[in-house]
Design a protein around this ligand. Structure first.
Ligand SMILES: Cc1cc2nc3c(=O)[nH]c(=O)nc-3n(C[C@H](O)[C@H](O)[C@H](O)COP(=O)(O)OP(=O)(O)OC[C@H]3O[C@@H](n4cnc5c(N)ncnc54)[C@H](O)[C@@H]3O)c2cc1C
Ligand SMILES: Cc1cc2nc3c(=O)[nH]c(=O)nc-3n(C[C@H](O)[C@H](O)[C@H](O)COP(=O)(O)O)c2cc1C
Length: 767
């Protein structure tokens, strides 16, 4: 094949090498706009896995590269005058210039023709002479942008400003240096990539950048400012830029995340940064470029495969890999963009939060990397959780937590889950066994299902209630059992279904109206949940007062039943949520319109409940932190204001759920998918929060808690299949100090032994 590679970055050069290795008969021209030896950037880092891949592909260039790699293990985080060092991270780095020299020599040696100072124009007819034109022309690819529609290009320009500099200072560790200035926070990502040189990337928010006046400074002035700011880390060394001699490169940049729906059009194929980018803070762009090149060369040289089939396979395999990295990269990018959310942390927790920001590194990963350091974090967590009384080194999920005078034994909670199994709102033997079993299963806090304050406030005929004496007695029996047989605390979740009421049992049809026996429903406005649901009656002031009193009565009954805590359910589109979300609330009175107005009634109910509940017992509020409807609905930004408003009325904990507030929601699911909302409310609003939503491993819980993304972690579905989830986690993590029903001690000891033996056998296999 006759092939042109536009751009002699890692992607273009490595593709030329790999094609020539597969078949020396390929004719390959590589065109590069810059002279040889001139490039942007300084060093790049790789992982061990990338080294394995390139070694399998071309042992010759891999040998030269690996001989020159700089290795280091530690990460140093400088923050508020302290340095937090953690080890075991295992980085490998090389100068970008040297990497390109090695690849250029290898490509030439294999017979590829390299043309420097050759600016390529996509409109030039010469490209038609080639069977394939590889657009390896980087993030600002002209070849991609010339056919932006055909490639389905999606660009997301990020908020922060960064500049990629170098320095003669040799950093022994991968270094993050955060400095607070009168203009705001500014920080550097620095790492050594050669005997005498390090990369030094400076980053800050746009506001800080402008406040410094960087927008009005030339490059040398900006560098002088950065040298002063980071003088204590540079030890007298200068900062150097190489952007000046480059064509098509600027000093300060905003990172641009590129995604393409299609990676080929006609004879043009996208490769490397031209097809996709991943934020520099996870250091994977070069790896992706090299791996793209290997895959594309593989499929193009496979006998009997049509060009279209080859390109389809190239895109489908590589785009999956890219998607995973882009997801982690997005988390990492956002962490730096919202840095000020975390600057109230102590240095140790700040470093932990930084290390786990992309969610690729978890608590147990950190233990494998540097057990001693992780144990320092665990001790710190316990000390804080116990106001200095405990010096325990143990997973954060087992640390106690206090809300008013209620202390929970650990941070795991059983999230509210409707069982749809009551008759006339009265909990029965099913509920007794269900809650009893979950209480003895080890969770620190147990929530009841949404328990309704009136018959019309039920979701379905199977919902539990708290409006009469039979219900109170049945709940009291459950609460007494929980208190007598476990250390768990129990919280009564109270709610009213609003416009989502009068529907079938959950498993018969979620939100589907009853076949018969429907009762009239009311809501903030006459907006039906869906075309098949009833049109609700908009609440009058008299309705509001009546319902508020029903909540207050239920609170008093909850007290009589012995509950430790009350939660008001103001999420998921039910009555109170229908006031908060603008998608359901169309009122024009003082209960509609602005967020303050929409919150007025839910806050009134909460305040009345709070007044009826003893001041030494806590109350929480469950909210939907987003309507998953973009700017049309509640946004995560507003959820902080919502949390703050309830906190002012005495809410001690914000239970951060999301969505289910309108039928056409567009949620983005994934592991721990709602935790970012809890993180935001906790750290912007400085409120205690509970995270929930697809959290299913002890490692998830520990990572969330240690990183300060929530104070409690709720699991719903995992507890449906495993009431003993917390005790099992304790056995798995070899944590002994958890309440286990004496009747079950033997079983737990046996489980712990087996899990330990399995873990040791797995570790031995790895060695
Ligand atoms: C601050 C920063 C830090 C980074 N750190 C890391 C890291 O630690 N590890 C890592 O793996 N990655 C890192 N990256 C990402 C990495 O630089 C890129 O992902 C990688 O270079 C992509 O390789 P590429 O060959 O696709 O594109 P590039 O390396 O951008 O190469 C494209 C080439 O095409 C040339 N070109 C462009 N247009 C034309 C034209 N019209 N005619 C002729 N030539 C043209 C350019 O001059 C350039 O040489 C970082 C990126 C940034 C911005
Ligand atoms: C069967 C079932 C019933 C639920 N009922 C309630 C409820 O009564 N009140 C409530 O606030 N959330 C309810 N939820 C939502 C859960 O509390 C939780 O927020 C959600 O399931 C996400 O957590 P998970 O991924 O751990 O399951 C219910 C969830 C399930 C699976």
């Amino acid at each position: 094949m006759k092939i042109a590679c536009v751009g002699a970055g890692p992607a273009g050069l490595y593709f030329a090498i790999t094609m020539k290795l597969r078949d020396p008969a390929h004719e390959i021209d590589v065109f590069e706009r810059n002279p040889p030896g001139v490039t942007f950037g300084w060093g790049v880092v790789f992982s061990d896995l990338t080294v394995d891949n390139i070694t399998r592909n071309d042992p010759v260039s891999a040998k030269i590269l690996t001989d020159e790699f700089a290795h280091w293990d530690d990460i140093d985080v400088h923050f508020k005058g302290e340095t937090v060092t953690s080890g075991g991270h295992g980085f490998i780095g090389i100068g970008r210039k040297r990497l390109l020299e090695i690849l250029q020599d290898r490509a030439r040696g294999l017979g590829a023709r390299l043309h420097f100072e050759a600016e390529c124009d996509p409109a030039d007819p010469k490209w038609r002479q080639y069977d394939l034109v590889i657009a390896s022309d980087g993030i600002n690819s002209r070849f991609r942008d010339a056919e932006a529609e055909a490639f389905g290009v999606d660009v997301d320009e990020r908020r922060n400003k960064f500049v990629w500099l170098g320095t003669g200072k040799v950093f022994d560790a991968f270094t993050f240096a955060f400095e607070e200035s009168e203009h705001g926070w500014i920080w550097a990502h620095a790492y050594r990539f050669a005997e005498d040189c390090s990369t030094f990337i400076v980053e800050c928010s746009e506001a800080t950048w402008k406040s410094f006046g960087f927008d009005r400074m030339d490059q040398s002035e900006a560098i002088t400012v950065c040298e002063k700011l980071f003088a204590k880390y540079l030890g007298g060394h200068r900062l150097i830029s190489n952007a000046a001699h480059l064509r098509g490169s600027a000093a300060w940049l905003n990172f641009r995340r590129i995604k393409c729906e299609r990676w080929s059009s006609g004879n043009v194929i996208l490769l490397g940064d031209a097809a996709h980018t991943a934020h520099f803070s996870i250091g994977s762009g070069t790896k992706l470029a090299l791996e793209d090149a290997i895959k594309l060369a593989d499929v193009l040289n496979r006998p009997g495969v049509s060009l279209q089939a080859a390109l389809d396979e190239y895109q489908s395999e590589r785009s999956l890999e890219v998607l995973k990295l882009q997801n982690s990269a997005r988390n990492s990018t956002e962490w730096f963009e919202t840095l000020e959310r975390y600057t109230h942390f102590e240095p140790l927790q700040f470093a932990y939060s930084l290390l786990t920001r992309s969610q690729r590194i978890s608590h147990e990963n950190l233990r494998l990397r540097d057990r001693e350091w992780l144990e320092t974090v665990e001790r710190w967590f316990w000390k804080r959780a116990t106001e200095g009384r405990s010096n325990k080194t143990a997973p954060p999920m087992f640390a106690p937590f206090k809300l008013r005078e209620m202390q929970v034994e650990n941070r795991i909670t059983v999230s509210p889950m409707a069982m749809y199994s009551a008759a006339d709102g009265v909990p029965n033997d099913f509920h007794f066994v269900h809650y009893g079993e979950r209480a003895i299963g080890g969770a620190g806090l147990l929530f009841t299902e949404m328990t309704c304050v009136s018959p019309e406030g039920r979701i379905s005929p199977g919902c539990t209630g708290m409006w009469n004496a039979d219900q109170l007695a049945a709940w009291k029996r459950i609460v007494d059992f929980v208190h007598a047989n476990s250390k768990a605390k129990i919280c009564l979740q109270l709610g009213h279904s609003g416009g989502k009421g009068s529907t079938k049992l959950g498993w018969e049809g979620n939100d589907v109206p009853l076949e018969s026996g429907n009762w009239p429903v009311m809501s903030a406005s006459d907006v039906p949940w869906s075309p098949i649901n009833q049109v609700p009656k908009p609440m009058t002031r008299a309705d509001m007062e009546a319902v508020r009193e029903q909540f207050v009565t239920a609170v008093r009954m909850g007290l009589e039943a012995g509950f430790d805590m009350i939660e008001l359910h103001a999420a998921h589109g039910y009555l109170l949520s229908s006031f908060i979300t603008p998608l359901q609330n169309r009122r024009t009175d003082e209960y509609g319109g602005s967020l303050d107005n929409r919150l007025r009634y839910p806050l009134e109910v909460f305040a009345a409940m709070r007044a009826a509940w003893p001041s030494d017992r806590p109350m929480s509020i469950r909210i939907s932190a987003t309507d998953w409807a973009g700017e049309d609905g509640i946004t995560p930004e507003e959820s902080v204001l919502i949390g703050e408003a309830f906190a002012r009325e005495g809410a001690d904990l914000i239970d951060v759920s999301a969505g289910q507030t309108w039928a056409e929601q567009q949620p983005v699911y994934g592991r721990m998918f709602q935790t970012p909302f809890s993180d935001r409310i906790r750290n912007e609003g400085r409120l205690a929060t509970m995270a929930v939503g697809n959290i299913y491993e002890p490692d998830h819980a520990n990572s969330i808690l240690a990183a300060g993304r929530a104070d409690l972690v709720a699991l719903a579905r995992p507890h449906l299949v495993d009431p003993f989830w917390t005790i099992r986690a304790a056995a798995q993590l070899d944590y002994r100090d958890i309440a286990i029903p004496p009747q079950y001690l033997n079983g737990v000891a046996q489980l712990a032994r087996n899990l330990k033996r399995d873990a040791e056998a797995a570790a031995a296999m790895r060695v």
